[in-house]
Write a protein that binds this ligand. Structure first.
Ligand code: ATP
Ligand code: MG
Length: 385
């Protein structure tokens, strides 16, 4: 029996899903089969009969564990939505800009899963390195059903590189604790995080749902500090959370995205502009201030795009670059293979040994924009109408 067959067999025995049905889901790309060391696992690439997108079914020597996906958070364009959405109190938390990671324990091993439900070898290694002992104690005392949900932030990051003074390179900030697919009350989450010496996102206030003014003040403070935004939560998770972001991050996203107009650019453009339109409306911004905002947005769109053209013109390539720190070459190999399997086109350009037996790896990601820009410079033709 092949490894994938063994996995399907175990899942079928434990969860009662028919093998043929799972094979059909694999063919239809609803499910995807992946491996990480001794673990074979199935990932739901979209919602299917109550299994959320990003849900994984992990299998190791006949043991099976379902890790539920982290649900998508409703975005609001108007802060006043707080009044109608919530029941009474609202916890205002900082929204951090990194990538979503669920940490679980399976067969005595700690694993870090990305939003999509994949076990990331890099994230797993870094989190174990930072918090391995604390996490082992946590899962032993609080139960293996616990799923920590948090954001990995910092610049040693293969997905979203954003500098945070409190975590310049790599750290993990917990924002929720799930048990199975349910969320623990926020007070319980706080207890667990502090008991095991972990870190969590900042709590910026607990408001009455009608207190939109205080919420605006909080957002303005984040604006001035150059932070991403807020997530609003019911203290008991009785209703779903909401998210709202700052002008600072909208502009920042535009600048990042428009370095590569034919890659991230398109998707980033309309959504960020829409967020700004409603923000400007709600904040009643007009006159001189509106003109200033328009200029900032305009420059955020044009400047990076034009700078990239100049790069190509000078014979340089347009690519993204980042640095990762890994505890072994094995982890680096696993990570490169993992990205390859997911179809992400990256290349290792340099590996240097550093202190504590660690290695620093410089990685680049080529961009479609590079090709498109070259063609336009040569022919003058537009790739789109
Ligand atoms: P979504 O499917 O929720 O729209 P997205 O990838 O577009 O996901 P974001 O717009 O960044 O994500 O907003 C949701 C994400 O914000 C969460 O999945 C989580 O990774 C991140 N996040 C950061 N801080 C918090 C927080 N305090 N509470 C909840 N999520 C947070
Ligand atoms: Mg995010």
């Amino acid at each position: 029996m092949s490894r994938i067959d063994e996995v399907l067999e175990s899942v079928s025995k434990t969860l009662g899903l028919e093998k043929d049905l799972m094979k059909d889901l694999l063919n239809r790309r609803v499910l995807r089969y992946m491996e990480y060391r001794d673990i074979g696992y199935l990932v739901f690439r979209r919602e299917w009969r109550g299994f959320r997108e990003g849900t994984s079914i992990l299998v190791d020597s006949g043991n099976v564990k379902v890790v539920h996906g982290y649900p998508s958070i409703q975005r609001i364009l108007l802060l006043k939505a707080m009044q109608t959405h919530f029941i009474d109190k609202v916890v205002v938390e900082e929204k951090m800009d990194g990538y979503n990671v669920r940490v679980v324990s399976f067969n005595g091993r700690i694993l870090a899963l990305t939003r999509g439900g994949y076990i990331c070898p890099y994230t797993t290694a870094r989190i174990i390195d930072l918090y391995g002992e604390a996490l082992a104690r946590l899962f032993k005392n609080e139960g293996e059903d616990i799923v920590l949900c948090g954001e990995v932030v910092g610049e040693e990051n293969p997905y979203v590189q954003h500098y945070y003074p409190e975590a310049p390179l790599f750290d993990y900030f917990i924002f929720d604790v799930m048990v199975g697919e349910n969320f623990m009350p926020i007070s319980r989450r706080d207890e667990i995080v502090s008991k095991y010496g972990l870190r969590q996102v900042r709590k910026l206030g607990i408001l009455q749902k009608d207190d939109v003014n205080s919420l605006m003040e909080i957002v303005n403070k984040l604006e001035r500090a150059g932070r991403e935004g807020v997530v609003l939560k019911d203290p008991m998770h009785r209703v779903k959370p909401l998210k709202y972001t700052t002008t600072y991050i909208h502009i920042n996203d535009l600048e990042l995205g428009m370095k590569y107009p034919f890659d991230e650019g398109r998707g980033f453009l309309f959504s960020r502009i829409l967020r700004e339109i409603w923000k400007i409306y709600e904040e009643k911004i007009s006159g001189k201030e509106l003109e200033e905002r328009a200029k900032r947005i305009g420059l955020a769109i044009l400047k990076p795009a034009i700078e990239s053209i100049k790069r190509v013109e000078e014979g340089k390539a347009v690519y993204e670059e980042y640095t990762l720190r890994v505890p072994s070459i094995k982890v680096l190999d696993e990570f490169m293979e993992y990205m390859d399997k997911l179809g992400v086109n990256i290349a290792l350009v340099q590996v240097t040994p550093i202190e504590n037996n660690y290695y620093k790896a410089r990685i680049i990601k080529m961009k479609q924009t590079d090709l498109e820009y070259r063609r336009i410079l040569k022919t003058g033709y537009s790739p789109i109408d």
